[in-house]
Design a protein around this ligand. Sequence first.
Ligand SMILES: [Zn+2]
Length: 87
Amino acid sequence: MTATGPATTGEVRADPQAATPSAPADSRASCTHCGAALADDQEWCLECGAARAAIRGAPHWWIPLAIIGVLMLLVLAGVAVALAGLA
Ligand SMILES: [Zn+2]
């Protein structure tokens, strides 16, 4: 009786060329139009006058609003409890 199970070859192929070059540091921004160096808080290129590539808005602007909302709800709940206790 010969039971031939499925041969599982767990061969994980490691691709030597999978190494991606790391992105350059974002601290030193440069103009995408002319390549001039931009200061960290510089919105416009002084060389060509182009706007910065990505004028970033606040990505998580709703987080402080959510925190303030939760705090307001807690304060209102506390006031309601206090008023209910007084009555
Ligand atoms: Zn420029």
